[in-house]
Design a protein around this ligand. Sequence first.
Ligand code: FES
Length: 106
Amino acid sequence: MSSYVKVCTLAELEEDTPKRVELGDTPVSVVRTEGEVFAVYDICSHANVSLSEGEVEDCQIECWLHGSRFDLRTGKPSGLPATRPVPVYPVKIDGDDVLVSLTQES
Ligand code: FES
């Protein structure tokens, strides 16, 4: 069973500017882009770097350290040096509230 937790409001999310939130002990990067909101695990799969400090483009979030880009829909890296995906989490919008569940979609 998944449980959704409110992490912020839509108004707090600037387009293409990741917002780091904590769900319990789990850091999550919440991104509003292309009319949708996505949530991915905030730590790069290559090293201990916060993805929310990177840039968003073409529905991908870029790790600022070595430049791997992760698809916000699937968590998969599109290029080296990262080879493993980051977890992605389902998002629900309820009015102005953004809710995230730590239950992974895949
Ligand atoms: S730490 Fe993210 S690509 Fe190296």
